[in-house]
Design a protein around this ligand. Structure first.
Ligand code: DQA
Length: 147
């Protein structure tokens, strides 16, 4: 099983960026955490981050035929992008949306996610752990599909 984890704008600044909201863990810590979990569980994983919507769309398109599942934290693009969910729907790869914070209890504009419509599941407010929950969901989902 091969998974692609995509992180959107400003997530490269985790640890520096509003630590009272996003925590003290850095982006490097997040990558290490995801890679550690995947290597222990025999899951191949690629982790990508971009501050540019078009680059994220390009990466989703390139995932076609190369990845079995996608975990995406579109960050601010969650609330603005139509191109990202369109790309996810176009490639048809099972996808889980993750947010480190609980977007539903923050500012009103964060309650709208355009990306959700292209995802099987949304996990919010569980910190870095949310990425593992998303990977676990995809693992179960893909094993059921190809036992
Ligand atoms: C975020 C929530 C978004 O509203 C915000 O723009 C982010 C991060 C999260 O992980 O909690 O950049 O996706």
């Amino acid at each position: 099983m091969k998974l692609l984890v995509i992180n959107g704008p400003n997530l490269n600044l985790l640890g520096i960026r509003e630590p009272h909201i996003y925590g003290k863990g850095t982006y490097k810590d997040l990558k290490k955490y995801i890679r550690g979990y995947c290597s222990k569980n025999n899951i191949r994983v690629s982790i990508y981050q971009s501050n540019h919507e078009g680059c994220i769309v390009d990466m989703i398109q390139r995932a076609m035929g190369r990845f079995d599942g996608i975990v995406i934290n579109p960050a601010a693009y969650t609330h603005t992008s139509v191109a990202i969910p369109d790309a996810l729907k176009a490639v048809g790869i099972p996808t889980v949306e993750v947010h480190i914070t609980d977007v539903m209890t923050r500012e009103e504009f964060r309650r709208i996610s355009y990306v959700s419509s292209a995802c099987e599941k949304t996990i919010s407010g569980k910190g870095f752990e949310g990425y593992i929950e998303a990977i676990l969901y995809l693992k179960g989902r893909l094993n059921k599909q190809n036992p």
